[in-house]
Design a binder for this molecule. Structure first.
Ligand code: NAD
Length: 347
C-alpha cells in the first residue's frame, strides 16, 4: 500500500474506535462530539475489546473482528480497558501493542494553565520503547519451592536503533532541539550498554539536534528539580513506563495526559493512559481530557492539524476556569458541562 492509498493520508481516514470499559463510553462520546464540532473528518469504525467484549457475543477480550479492523485501518483510538482477572487472560493493551508491533510509545507532557500542578513551564515528550527490555515476559521461578525468581531483559541492536531513530525523527519533525537518552549502563553494562552505544551512533547522524545521555536515577531527580531542561527523552521499556507517569505527574496527572503507540508499517494507536475509573463510571463525572488529547495527536497524525489546534485551544480555555473543570481537577463541572465549555471556546 503506498502513502496515498493508506488510510492515514486520506481526507476522511477510517479509524477503529475502541470505546473501552468503565468510563470509556462516556469519555469517548464526549471526544467524538468535540471532534465533530471542531470540523474533524474521520470515519469511525466502532469495535470492541476488554471486559465489554468478553461479556458480549464475542466472548473474547480481544475479538478477531477488532484485530481485523485495526489491521485494515492501521489507525485506532482506544479508551481504557479492564483486563479480566484470572483465567489466564493476558493484558489486552499489551496484546494490541505486540500484534501491531507498536514499538514507540509517545507521551507528551506540557503544562496546562488551570490544571493544578506543582510545576510550570514543562514541555517534555517522552518516547518509550514498547516491545523489549524488562517487559519481554521471560520470567521463571528457579525452583519448585519458589525461593527465587528470574526475569530476563532483552535489548537488541535492531530495537534500540529504531526507537532512538524514531526519537530523533520526532524531534526534527516537531522543531525540538534536544534528545536525552536515559539508561542505567553503569550497572547493566550489556543491555543498557548496548542501548547507549547504539544511541550515540544514531545521534551522530543528527547534527541539528543536540544529544545527551543520563542515568535513570539522576533523571528522576533532575525531572523534579528542573523539568524545563528536558525536551525529548528516549528510554527503555521499564524506565519509560515509570518516567512517563512521573512526567504526567509534572503536568497534573494521568487524567490530562495523552499517548500514542506508533509502529511498524504506519500503524498507530492513540489512547488514554488512565484506567477505567470504576468508582465514577456511569455517573457522568469522568474527565475526557486524556482521551481527547490523544485524539488531538491522532488528528495531527492524519494531517488535520488545524482541527487539532482548535480543540487544544478549547481544552486550555475550559481548563482555565474552575466552573468548567471536572471534579478530579478541583472543578465543579460534570462531563457534559466540560464538553460544552470546550466546544464554546474552540475559536
Ligand atoms: P484508574 O485510572 O481507573 O483510577 C484511579 C483513580 O483516578 C480513580 O479514583 C478514578 O476515578 C480516577 N480517574 C481515572 N481516570 C479518570 C478520568 N478520566 N476522570 C476522572 N477521574 C479519573 O486506575 P485503577 O483504579 O488502578 O484501575 C481500574 C481499572 O482500569 C483496572 O481494571 C485496570 O486494569 C484498568 N486500567 C486500564 C488502563 C488502560 O486501559 N490503559 C490503564 C490503567 C488501568
Amino acid at each position: 500500500m503506498n502513502q496515498e492509498e493508506s488510510s492515514a493520508f486520506s481526507r476522511r481516514p477510517k479509524v477503529s474506535l475502541i470505546e473501552g470499559d468503565g468510563i470509556g463510553p462516556e469519555i469517548t462520546s464526549a471526544t467524538l462530539r468535540i471532534i465533530e464540532a471542531a470540523g474533524g473528518t474521520i470515519d469511525w469504525e466502532p469495535v470492541s475489546a476488554g471486559m465489554s467484549a468478553l461479556e458480549s457475543d464475542a466472548r473474547d477480550p480481544l475479538p478477531q473482528a477488532t484485530l481485523d479492523s485495526v489491521e485494515r485501518n492501521r489507525l485506532a483510538l482506544k479508551g481504557p480497558l479492564a483486563t479480566p482477572l484470572g483465567g489466564g487472560f493476558r493484558s489486552v493493551n499489551v496484546a494490541l501493542r505486540q500484534q501491531f508491533d507498536l514499538y514507540a510509545n509517545v507521551r507528551p507532557a506540557r503544562t496546562i494553565d488551570g490544571v493544578p500542578s506543582r510545576f510550570s513551564g514543562v514541555d517534555i515528550v517522552l518516547v518509550r520503547e514498547n516491545t523489549e527490555g524488562m517487559y519481554t515476559g521471560i520470567e521463571h521461578y528457579v525452583d519448585p519451592r519458589r525461593t527465587a525468581a528470574e526475569s530476563i531483559a532483552v535489548i537488541t541492536r535492531y530495537g534500540s536503533e529504531r526507537i532512538v531513530r524514531f526519537a530523533f525523527d520526532y524531534a526534527r519533525a516537531h522543531g525540538r532541539k534536544k534528545v536525552t537518552l536515559v539508561h542505567k549502563a553503569n550497572i547493566l553494562k550489556m543491555t543498557n550498554g548496548l542501548f547507549l552505544e547504539v544511541g550515540k551512533q544514531i545521534a551522530a547522524e543528527y547534527d541539528d539536534i543536540s544529544f545527551e545521555d543520563l542515568i535513570v536515577d539522576a533523571t528522576a531527580m533532575k525531572l523534579v528539580l528542573r523539568p524545563e531542561d528536558f525536551d525529548v527523552i528516549v528510554t527503555t521499556n521499564l524506565f519509560g513506563d515509570i518516567l512517563s507517569d512521573l512526567t504526567a505527574g509534572l503536568i497534573g496527572g494521568l487524567g490530562v495526559a495523552p499517548a500514542a503507540n506508533l509502529g511498524a508499517g504506519g500503524c498507530a494507536m492513540f489512547e488514554a493512559v488512565h484506567g477505567t475509573a470504576p468508582d465514577i463510571a456511569g455517573k457522568g463525572l469522568a474527565n475526557p481530557t486524556g482521551l481527547l488529547r490523544s485524539a488531538v495527536m491522532l488528528l495531527e497524525h492524519v494531517g488535520q492539524a488545524e482541527v487539532a489546534a482548535r480543540i487544544e485551544r478549547g481544552v486550555r480555555a475550559a481548563l482555565a476556569s474552575a466552573e468548567s473543570r471536572t471534579r478530579d481537577l478541583g472543578g465543579k463541572a460534570d462531563t457534559a458541562m466540560y464538553t460544552r465549555a470546550i466546544i464554546a471556546n474552540m475559536e
